[in-house]
Design a protein around this ligand. Structure first.
Ligand code: HEM
Length: 168
């Protein structure tokens, strides 16, 4: 059972992190280079991002669920997370705090600022009023996505350190 939990945990991490990297490294540059008809690149990216939102939240729920499952299989209980001493618990605490941060940022990005930006971009079509404010929102949203990606990479490193220690 422990192996099954670890397998699903790593698989869900691959789907979540791999999807974010695919969006950033493949889909964003490709859709930026699509010029005709005007706005089609942004529409493709928007559809892909909305579809990925479902996948990413499914993966995040699976990661957190299997993370807790692994801990229980290892005999680690909620209070140990607060009281536990030593390398494993210190690393785990940092990991859990970063995961909480990622979840908070993702909620704001996916359900508040992202949809607001999409509405703004749609209402902007053809009009130039409010353009400056929308561009500012777009910068904020894309910085949040970058920060989330960096946090995800840090969490991945902590996952490896948790199991294998940190001697390089
Ligand atoms: C609250 C959330 C999380 C908890 C409680 C948690 C807990 C754990 C635990 C206990 C292990 C050790 C597995 C073992 O005993 O073999 C582990 C490994 C791992 N975690 Fe998490 N984790 C969480 C979130 C994440 C996230 C968001 C990622 C995505 C980057 C992630 C990626 C990994 C990876 C890749 C490993 C395997 C490392 C290896 O085998 O070298 N974890 N996690």
């Amino acid at each position: 059972m422990y192996q099954l939990a670890a397998y699903i945990h790593v698989l869900a991490a691959i789907i979540w992190l791999g999807g974010m990297l695919f969006l950033a490294m493949v889909l964003v540059p490709v859709t930026r280079s699509v010029g005709e008809p005007p706005g089609s690149g942004a529409r493709i990216l928007g559809s892909a991002a909305r579809r990925f939102r479902v996948v990413a939240w499914g993966a995040l729920i699976a990661i957190v669920g299997t993370g807790i499952w692994i801990l229980l299989e290892r005999g680690v209980y909620p209070m140990d997370l607060v009281r536990g001493k030593g390398w494993f618990y210190q690393t785990l605490r940092v990991k859990v705090v970063l995961v909480a941060l990622v979840l908070a940022l993702s909620v704001i990005h996916d359900f508040v600022l992202g949809p607001r930006l999409t509405r703004g971009l749609e209402s902007l079509r053809g009009a130039s009023r409010g353009e400056e404010a929308i561009l500012r929102q777009r910068r904020v949203v894309s910085w949040m996505a970058r920060i989330n990606l960096l946090l995800a990479l840090a969490i991945l490193a902590l996952g490896v350190m948790l199991v294998r220690g940190a001697s390089f």
